[in-house]
Design a protein. Sequence first.
Length: 141
Amino acid sequence: MLAAEEAAVRRNPADALARFNLGLVRLNTANNAAAAAAAQFLESLRLDSKQDRPHYNLAMVAKPEGRWDEARREFEPALAIHPNNPRVHWNLGLRLADLQELDEAEKHFVTALRLDPGDARAAEMIRRIRESKASSAPAKR
């Protein structure tokens, strides 16, 4: 698979989709070549900046390395391009929750659930956030 995608890029180095696909293959290799994958996603965006998936995948590359700000910066243009993608809302919600930005995280989980009403994970995160906010709110007199 890797050889086929590399050949596609050699045949047409200006093909944004071929670059994106090569990035995916590299990302999913056994040694998880995240840096090589990210380079292909960046090149794919340089060739065609109207894509949401390279932004999403750049965010997913940054996430396990704890680069939360970078992940957030990539999720936001992905949403600007494709605002009805529940996976992007879900993952951005997770990043915001990790950063303790609970109000913003809740908004993204609510949107993810609205876009995918069967998403039990989003419903659970909404419940947890609301529970957390209620337990940390000052007691009423």
